[in-house]
Design a protein around this ligand. Structure first.
Ligand code: HEC
Ligand SMILES: [Cu+2]
Length: 348
């Protein structure tokens, strides 16, 4: 039993060490600072209580243990001891008040809207089985799973869902918040340090819930890796295919009807009309090659992995809405998938 416990504990700790980028105690945004502060505050208060109770308990057990000459009488009874009862009512009340006040202040702080005229990056977030759609409405493009923001600029997420309840959570950057069908919940944050932060859907949403990852890139304001440079690259139309293999991939893409569920802008034949968006509509692929992962962090983005995915998505992500016979029965052979991947992977 202890061995099993040890193994579980060791692997849990190893998980923490290998993956420091999911640590709520290493916050990189104003919003995550608040969560970490509340966590530390509660931990401190509870630790003090635990130490006092444990010390008192240990002392009592030792000091009042049964001795050989005990005559078996009960200790003095204190039922109805007014001073004691007042004390153990007031002390916990004070502790609860001490925790409640910063909690309420911080809830309002988390909900605080950016001031008038303050620059804001607005992103509509739509949770879908089993991936995240990001609509940069002001900029006029969409992307999936990998969110890009600018360091120092407040981000306003407008979150909803297309099917069931999901929850957006990037531990170093945001708290958890539900993405609920038919509702729009907002979340604000301002990242301090450039970097790459990992997140996860945090509300059990179906069979592939665990494969619904999030990556958040915080870009500096200036330089070749700036947020503005990323936005400019995403606003461009898709590159036309350059090789015969990629050209064939594009034709297959159209033949197989992939644009019923995917948009590739720049050519009317591969564009998805905004009104044609449905529950099973998949990620915008205009710049799919520029992502580091596909299928919500399930696979690294390589040409081979795109081909594997296109050939048989269900074997990679059980229940994915692509390759689901309810929506599409088109078969793509391995060889066809290779050609399609040559086309898609170059869409940087
Ligand atoms: C019925 C709708 C539907 C059809 C038809 C469809 N897909 Fe998809 N596709 C999806 C959905 C939904 C996802 C997201 C799956 C997930 O991550 O859970 C997806 C994901 C993808 C991805 C990964 C994108 C990313 O950024 O993660 C690629 C590439 C892709 N599809 C290519 C294709 C190709 C090529 C075809 C045509 C052979 C096709 N799809 C047909 C719904 C569809
Ligand atoms: Cu989910």
């Amino acid at each position: 039993m202890w061995v099993a416990f040890g193994v579980v504990l060791a692997s849990a700790l190893a998980g923490c060490i290998e993956d420091p980028k999911r640590d709520i105690l290493d916050p990189v945004s104003d919003s995550a600072d608040i969560s970490a502060y509340m966590y530390n505050l509660l931990l401190a208060v509870c630790s003090v209580i635990m130490v006092i109770v444990a010390a008192w308990f240990t002392y009592s057990v030792v000091r009042f243990r049964k001795r050989p000459d005990d005559d078996g009488e009960l200790p003095p009874q204190i039922h109805g001891h007014t001073q004691l009862e007042v004390a153990w009512t007031i002390i916990p009340t004070l502790i609860v008040i001490a925790i409640t006040i910063p909690t309420i202040i911080n809830i309002f702080e988390l909900e605080r809207r950016p001031g008038e005229g303050e620059p804001v990056t607005k992103i509509e977030v739509i949770g879908k089985q089993w991936w995240w759609e990001y609509n940069y409405k002001d900029e006029g493009f969409m992307t999936a799973n990998e969110m890009h923001v600018e360091v120092g600029t407040t981000v306003q997420l407008e979150m909803t869902a297309a099917d069931v309840i999901h929850a957006f959570w990037v531990p170093q950057v945001t708290g958890k918040r539900d993405a609920t069908p038919g509702r729009v919940y907002e979340m604000f944050f301002n990242v301090r340090e450039p970097g790459e932060y990992i997140g996860q859907c945090a509300e059990l949403c179906g069979s592939s819930h665990a494969l619904m990852g999030i990556k958040l890139f915080a870009h500096p304001k200036e330089g070749p890796n700036s947020y503005a440079a990323w936005v400019a690259s995403q606003k461009k139309a898709a590159e036309p295919p350059r090789s015969p293999e990629a050209q064939r991939g594009k034709e297959l893409f159209m033949q197989k009807g992939c644009m019923r569920c995917h948009n590739i802008s720049g050519d009317a034949r591969t564009e998805l009309h905004p009104k044609a968006r449905r529950r099973e509509t998949g990620p915008d692929l205009t710049h799919v090659g520029s992502r580091t992962t596909i299928a919500a962090l399930t696979l690294k983005n390589t040409r081979e992995n795109i081909a594997r995915w296109v050939h048989d998505p269900q074997s990679i992500k059980q229940g994915a809405l692509m390759g689901d016979p309810r929506f599409n029965t088109v078969q793509v052979s391995k060889e066809e998938a290779e050609a399609i991947a040559s086309y898609l992977f170059r869409l940087k």
